[in-house]
Design a protein around this ligand. Structure first.
Ligand SMILES: [Fe+2]
Ligand SMILES: [Fe+2]
Length: 304
């Protein structure tokens, strides 16, 4: 079964990158060379290109911005933190996600497991001693199972795309911000000030984020008692929070621990974005290494 996802996981906030003379590569920390063009011969997160895909992206965000309300997110968290959908191991979930091809992500036309392993292997090359970070890369998108029938086959706008806080004003850096005017929270005086229902420096842990695969996978990891460090949970939970890690918005809600963890998220994000390429991974070859990490940081079976 192949499930084709029609909307994007990412949105463009990176300006067009120039394609270098000889090789289409940029160098990340430690020497991992990332391509400057994606599998379709375009620049990463390039949604400014006038085409059908870009229109679909805008429509995706219009629906997302209207429907992601504080009450909606509360309802979804209550439902999914029951973790009563299935039981399986982390690796089984990787294989399950392999059936999902994110046709809409403009940078990616490989099965998801390739993206997960490309990201993980790229980080492993540059940060060989941070085994927790390798595993974090492997699992960061597993929450996309929300798209599958056993999880209620949620709509795209409730699973992928950039995330943002609810319960306070929508920052202008959020992509296609204009569509929030149709969100019921827009006019709610409790929610439409800079701090809204939060206190400055309260910590992102206390902030309600828009619902999607990030928050769901965070819940799964935490509630199943992972021994991954807090930076790993932070990466999983906020990797689509581009307004924070790209635009620097909402930093007034962070506490000291968030500031430390954000440094790791910024390292991670470069790989999440740039390792989407045609570099094929021999899954069977790297599998034993990742199975050993899963065993180290997770129980054999998790509730989902
Ligand atoms: Fe993701
Ligand atoms: Fe990803």
């Amino acid at each position: 079964m192949t499930i084709v996802i029609e909307q994007p996981e990412l949105d463009l906030q990176v300006e067009n990158k120039k394609i270098p003379n000889d090789e289409n590569e940029v160098v990340l920390d430690g020497g991992f060379k990332a391509p400057e063009i994606n599998a379709f011969g375009q620049c990463f997160r390039d949604y400014h290109i006038e085409n059908e895909r870009q229109k679909a992206v805008e429509e995706f965000y219009r629906v997302n911005h209207i429907n992601q309300t504080y009450d909606y997110v509360k309802k979804m968290r209550d439902e999914y933190e029951k973790l009563d959908k299935t039981e399986m191991s982390i690796w089984e979930c990787c294989e399950l996600l392999n059936e999902v091809v994110d046709d809409s992500d403009p940078d990616l036309d490989e099965p998801q497991i390739e993206h997960l392993l490309q990201t993980a292997e790229a980080i492993r090359k540059d940060h060989p001693n941070q085994d927790w970070l390798h595993l974090t890369a492997l699992i960061h998108d597993l929450g996309k199972v929300l798209l599958l029938p056993s999880w209620g086959q949620l709509a795209q706008w409730a699973v992928v795309g950039d995330t943002f806080p609810l319960g306070c004003a929508f920052d202008e850096s959020i992509v296609h911000h204009k569509y929030f005017k149709e969100n019921p929270d827009w006019k709610n005086p409790a929610y439409n000030t800079k701090n809204g229902i939060y206190q400055e420096g309260c910590g992102l842990e206390n902030v309600v984020m828009s619902w999607g695969h990030d928050d769901y996978m965070y819940l799964v990891a935490k509630e199943n008692g992972t021994t991954l460090p807090s930076a790993a949970l932070f990466i999983i939970r906020y990797h689509s929070f581009y307004p924070l890690h790209r635009a620097g918005a909402y930093t007034h809600l962070m506490n000291e621990e968030d500031k430390e963890n954000l440094k790791w998220l910024q390292i991670f994000n470069k790989y999440d974005l740039y390792s989407k390429s045609k570099v094929r991974i021999d899954v069977e070859k790297v599998k034993p290494y990742y199975l050993s990490l899963i065993e180290k940081y997770f129980p054999a079976k998790l509730k989902w």
